[in-house]
Design a protein around this ligand. Structure first.
Ligand code: SAM
Ligand code: SF4
Length: 333
């Protein structure tokens, strides 16, 4: 490998790219209204990266400075033998941090094998603590099953457990305090993610959007919060409880206060396309490179060049914004 490739990955804006999200499937057993349409055509299985291909890419990019990987989807736990992939990633030199983002539905049985495979960092999507609202948002009556998975993960000792709640007007506001109480009782980190225009049904807009700060204000009025000063390069604006209670509240203000200038992540879709921004309108086809006999050096060069062209930022709410063709489940959130 030439010296340029062994140097750290940088975008043209000087951003230091260390964080990779890998989607392992576009399939999902939920149909969350902010993400997927009711009917979806899946990517044919032969077009999805194999575990060996994912491991090879990670081996290449870890030498470029990627050290943090999160598996996502679609719903990653629908991919057979996921614990094997966790083990294969742990075997890649240079990857120091592996996490999983899941809707939690399969965790009541899968949490143990995942834990045994060495996984510790878990993000579970939970937008509401009310069964009927869960059914409306996920379009599946699966609240109890998800909560069982969450309790099992807690029992096994996954840490940290972060709960992702997409903020939507009419859904999230009146549950802010219930989420805060859950964080305090169970030592969870609740992260309110602002709804982004990556849904499939075109429901994003001023009527459905709630700024994360509104949710923080509601919690702060009852459970006073203070900022966590050591925020690191993460996009989450974090708060702890001023009375010293366990648990944490965070917001990901992608729309109201974008953090593009410090964004250190890129993504690989389940069908092997490198996306350098959630809102990218172009992609780099790594699957073709993997399957057409390219050397590791060549793949590293293509990866680094694409990262160098990483978009300066998204233009949500500005003139010139173009919604990507892929919805969130096909990108890998
Ligand atoms: N199926 C898994 C899950 O739901 O956790 C992983 C994939 S999902 C696409 C990853 C994350 O993206 C979830 O936390 C989900 O809430 C979030 N998400 C999906 N669509 C979104 C949107 N339009 N705006 C903001 N977050 C979104
Ligand atoms: Fe599936 Fe996750 Fe999208 Fe919900 S957010 S539809 S669980 S991929």
């Amino acid at each position: 490998m030439n010296p340029e490739q062994t140097s750290q990955l940088r975008g043209a804006q000087g951003r230091h790219i260390t964080n990779l999200r890998v989607s392992v499937t576009d399939r999902c057993n939920f149909r969350c209204i902010y993400c997927m349409p009711e009917e979806m055509t899946w990517i044919p299985r032969g077009e999805i990266l194999t575990f060996e291909e994912i491991q090879r890419v990670l081996g290449i990019v870890s030498r470029l400075g990627i050290d943090k990987v999160r598996l996502t989807g679609g719903e990653p736990t629908l991919r057979s033998d996921l614990p094997d992939l966790i083990r294969m990633i742990h075997a890649v030199e240079g990857i120091r941090d592996v996490g999983l983002t899941t809707n939690g539905f399969r965790l009541s049985t899968l949490a143990r094998p995942l834990y045994d495979a060495g996984l510790r960092r878990l993000n579970i999507s939970l937008d509401t603590l009310q069964r009927h609202k869960f059914h409306q948002m996920a379009r599946r009556d699966a609240f109890e099953q998800v909560m069982e998975g969450l309790w099992e993960a807690g029992r096994l000792g996954f840490h940290p457990i972060k709960l992702n709640a997409v903020t939507m007007r009419g859904y999230t506001e009146d549950e802010a305090l219930d989420f805060a109480e859950l964080a305090r009782e169970r030592d969870f980190q609740i992260r309110f993610i602002e709804f982004m225009p990556l849904d499939a049904d075109g429901i994003w807009g001023p009527e459905s959007f709630v700024p994360g700060q509104d949710i923080v204000d509601r919690i702060n009025a009852v459970f006073p919060l203070e900022p966590v000063s050591d925020n690191g390069p993460e996009p989450t604006t974090r708060f702890r409880f001023r009375d010293g209670s366990q648990g944490e509240i965070g917001i990901i203000p992608s729309v109201s206060n974008p953090f593009c200038e410090s964004c250190n992540r890129v993504r690989i879709t389940a069908d092997g396309k490198l996306r350098t921004c959630l809102f990218a309108t172009t992609e780099t086809d790594l699957r073709d490179s993997l399957r057409n006999g390219c050397s590791d050096d060549e793949i590293a060069r293509r990866f680094a060049e694409a990262v160098y062209r990483k978009e300066p930022g998204h233009l949500i709410n500005q003139k010139g914004f173009v919604k990507p063709e892929r919805n969130m489940s096909r990108i890998g959130g």
